[in-house]
Each structure stands twice: as structure tokens, then as C-alpha cells.
Design a protein around this ligand. Sequence first.
Ligand code: HEM
Length: 118
Amino acid sequence: MTTLYERLGGEAAVDKAVDIFYDKVLADDRISGFFENLDMVAQANKQKKFLTMVFGGPNDYTGKDMRNAHAHLALEEEHYNAVVENLANTLAELGATPEDIGEVAKIADSVKDDILNR
Ligand code: HEM
């Protein structure tokens, strides 16, 4: 059985997706403010490892869990929705199938309560 990670195109595809995703996030004034003063190279590297792990690829993620990573940001539902929208649009542009994008949305949903600290 292929993993979501493999279907999306493996390491090169996830790396490219995360770079395009953060370009979109930084251009989105609903959420860009959260990323001011952040080392975006380090952030993208963590996100590449996190998404690789949850998409069923190699597990090299050594960052914080989702609750501890986001608690200090006091995020609201609208911020979460904007991030998921940017991720889904990125994957669609890169040719992911609607089914795979739906699977990504489900994975995101599984950490939503942690990210919103509720
Ligand atoms: C499914 C949704 C999300 C995932 C998978 C995700 C993933 C991550 C990961 C892996 C980290 C790195 C943790 C570490 O430093 O060890 C992180 C940090 C961060 N995330 Fe998210 N995140 C999500 C949603 C959001 C949302 C909705 C926002 C704000 C709009 C956000 C803003 C941030 C910021 C600003 C940091 C850096 C915090 C800091 O270093 O002080 N994230 N996220």
C-alpha cells in the first residue's frame, strides 16, 4: 500500500510544497503577522519533517508537539482555517488529487484542538 507521502511525490514534493506554502502564508495578511521575526528557513525545515512524518514518510521530526508549539500564539479558528486553506491550495497547484488533499485536511483536523489549545 502506498503512503500519502509517496503519492504526493516523496521528499522533493514535500520540500517544494512547504516552500510554496510558506510563501502563501507570508503573503496572507490574515496570518502573516504570526510569522514575523521567525527564522523561516528553520521553520520550513521543521514543517518539512513534521509533514513527512504525518504523511507516512520517514520520522525525523524532533520539534515540539503541536500543543506546546502553538499555545503561546493564542490561535483562533480563523487562523487555523487560513493555514489549512493555504496548504490545500498549494497541494492542488502541485497536482495532488482531491482525495489526497482530503486526507491531508483530515490529518490537520486531528491536531486542530492541540493547535488551538482547547
Ligand atoms: C495543521 C496545522 C499546523 C501544523 C501541522 C503546524 C506545524 C508546526 C510545526 C511543526 C511547528 C514547529 C514546532 C517547533 O518549533 O518545534 C510550528 C510552529 C509554529 N506554527 Fe504551526 N502548525 C499548524 C498551524 C498553525 C497555525 C494555524 C498558525 C498561525 C496562523 C501557526 C503558526 C506557527 C508559528 C508562528 C510557529 C513558530 C512558533 C515559535 O517558534 O515561537 N501554525 N507549527
